[in-house]
Design a protein around this ligand. Structure first.
Ligand SMILES: O=C(CO)COP(=O)(O)O
Length: 253
């Protein structure tokens, strides 16, 4: 059985005071960590404070991106060693906004995934097609290529521990959700690809999230699908009420 994982991606939202208040409110309400992994991926600025305030709670803290080198002359960047040193557990890698606005490629995503594991972080690697690719029937081949490139060089053990987030770009922040069946179909394609790259056991272990306009009203249907093990949530992770509802839905899946 794969443990569900619900992760909020706050993107570039919230002041320090708002971040602190959210976490203070939610940490006591997060379901038991044996039932669901509950994660907030916050702006880098707040990670230290949020890790400290969630100590000994079920709520875990993740980052939204990182550089692939452990240190160096990379002005403005944050390294995996620095994240680990703060007590961060998860890091989102290759979000479509990073690919679109910050020139991340399948190759740089792969370097970051490898570096995250090297430094004891669990990557949440994002894949997903554009509307144009979906409409021209390329969804399967696009996500397969992203998965193959992103997982290059990983051991079976690392691939088993990786989290993949399937986020169709046209469903992000648009209010348009992929139907549960469509989302499940693509997550199934991803699992099959992992089986072909590694083996069936690895494919059964890997956790695959769906992301794109997930909210309390649609999470149960999504989580009821065979290949969907969690959600990566933008907008609905910014409000305590809706985020707690998402965590609860995850804990019952
Ligand atoms: O990009 C997303 C999460 O990483 C999805 O964002 P929304 O949930 O706001 O559509």
């Amino acid at each position: 059985m794969r443990k569900p994982i619900i992760a909020g991606n706050w993107k570039m939202y919230k002041t320090a005071a708002e971040a602190k208040q959210f976490v203070e409110e939610v940490k006591g309400l997060a379901p038991d960590a044996s039932k669901v992994d509950s994660v907030i991926c916050a702006p880098a600025l707040y990670l230290q404070q949020l890790v400290a305030s969630t100590e000994s709670s079920a709520l875990q803290i993740g980052a939204q991106t990182m550089h692939e080198e452990k240190e160096g002359a990379f002005t403005g960047e944050v390294s995996p060693v620095q994240l680990k040193d703060l007590g961060v557990n998860y890091v989102i890698i290759g979000h479509s906004e990073r690919r679109q606005y910050f020139n991340e490629t399948d190759q740089s995503v792969n370097k970051k995934v490898v570096a995250a594991f090297e430094h004891g972080l669990t990557p949440i690697m994002c894949v997903g097609e554009t509307l144009e690719q979906r409409e021209s029937g390329e969804t399967g081949s696009v996500v397969e290529a992203q998965v193959e490139a992103g997982l290059a060089g990983l051991s079976e053990q690392q691939a088993s521990e990786l989290v993949i987030a399937y986020e169709p770009i046209w469903a992000i922040g648009t209010g348009k959700t992929a139907t549960a069946e469509d989302a499940n179909e693509v997550c199934g394609i991803i699992r099959k690809k992992v089986a072909s790259l590694f083996n069936e056991e690895t494919a059964q272990n890997i956790r695959i999230q769906y992301g794109g306009s997930v909210k309390p009203a649609n999470i149960e249907e999504l989580m009821g699908m065979e290949h969907i093990d969690g959600a990566l949530v933008g907008g609905a992770s910014l409000e305590t009420d809706s985020f707690v509802k998402l965590l609860e839905a995850g804990s019952h899946a």
